[in-house]
Design a protein around this ligand. Structure first.
Ligand code: GLN
Length: 312
């Protein structure tokens, strides 16, 4: 990192007003009807360092649903439940170069491509262990609580909205069942997937979760371990190659950090051993990534030389 962390707050305060609102470029996600109600002007940036310093600007206390960013953490829980070798037989680690909701499966290896796109995430969620839907949900919520550092709740309206309109995700689950890629009960697993997407977080929560990954699995604010350290490398590698969907290559080239976006307008990025980045701004580009979120990460990466290969 080029500059000293003490510069971070000043940099954020100058950056926040300098990133223009994406009027005419970005659009708030509307295919889940409840998401269309969000205020498009909300905008926050938060950085949490591995030694527990917090830098934040904008609407950082605003709650929103985590959406696809949940996939990272559920992937981690599935790794803990089953180990890397078994999980690899069920979900690949290959980028698709396609949209997050593309209906494509690797029929040759009988797996969805990776845990960061919807098909792979539904398959990953279907592997979360527990006796019945309540225990499985409670395991997910406890896992999120460890990363975030306080209790977490679902947005019931977003959950119901997605559950009733999620025909595409439901179709993918049925296709995977047909190909023997996932097992029954798929309605229960779909519910769990819609529930994980409906977990409410703030921008600060996102940054703390990202910082926990940057800190090898230990939450830097609470000191609690959220996930066994042995799986961090697996999680970050898949985020690096697949986390930004069909923008993943360009993202790696321009920004050079493991990251994950969600249709809520959130993005997390991880600077290993240094800090977690959380950005929230709902308008999305055509690939489903927050327009302002991408710009903020570009600016941070350039200013502080955060690209993993800046080390060279
Ligand atoms: N809940 C959303 C869906 O499954 C998540 C997609 C996303 O955030 N990219 O469609």
């Amino acid at each position: 990192m080029k500059n000293h962390p003490a510069d971070l707050q000043a940099f954020l305060e100058a950056l926040h007003p300098a990133v223009p609102p994406p009027w005419g470029i970005g659009k708030v996600a509307s295919y889940i009807p409840e998401l269309a109600k969000v205020n498009p002007d909300l905008f926050s940036i938060c950085l949490v360092t591995v030694d527990g310093q917090v830098f934040e600007v904008g609407d950082f206390q605003q709650l929103f649903t985590i959406q696809s960013i949940s996939k990272v953490f559920v992937h981690g829980l599935a790794l803990e439940d089953h180990g890397r070798d078994y999980l690899l037989t069920k979900v690949g680690v290959e980028p698709t170069g396609d949209a997050f909701n593309a209906i494509i499966l690797d029929e040759h290896s009988k797996r969805p491509y990776n845990p960061m796109v919807n098909a792979g995430a539904i398959a990953t969620t279907s592997l979360i262990q527990g006796q019945g839907p309540a225990e499985r949900l409670n395991r997910l919520l406890s896992m999120f609580r460890r990363y975030i550092g306080h209790d977490v709740y679902l947005d019931g309206a977003v959950f119901v909205s997605e559950r009733t309109s999620g025909h595409r995700n439901r179709a993918m689950a049925h296709l995977m069942l047909n190909f023997g890629m996932i097992d029954e009960p798929i309605e229960e697993s779909l519910d769990l997937y819609f529930q994980q997407c409906s977990v409410m977080v703030t921008c600060r929560d996102l940054a703390v979760m990202a910082a926990t990954l940057a800190n090898h699995g230990v939450n830097p604010l609470t000191g609690e371990r959220a996930i066994a350290g042995q799986y961090i490398k697996d999680i970050l590698s898949v985020m690096y190659t697949c986390g930004m969907y069909n923008f993943a290559g360009e993202w790696a080239y321009q920004i050079g950090l493991p990251a994950k976006s969600g249709v809520c307008g959130g993005i997390i990025a991880i600077v290993p051993n240094l800090m977690g980045i959380g950005v929230f701004s709902p308008p999305l580009d055509q690939r489903g990534n927050s327009v302002r979120g991408v710009k903020v990460c570009q600016a941070l990466s350039q200013e502080f030389e955060l690209n993993l290969f800046d080390l060279l």
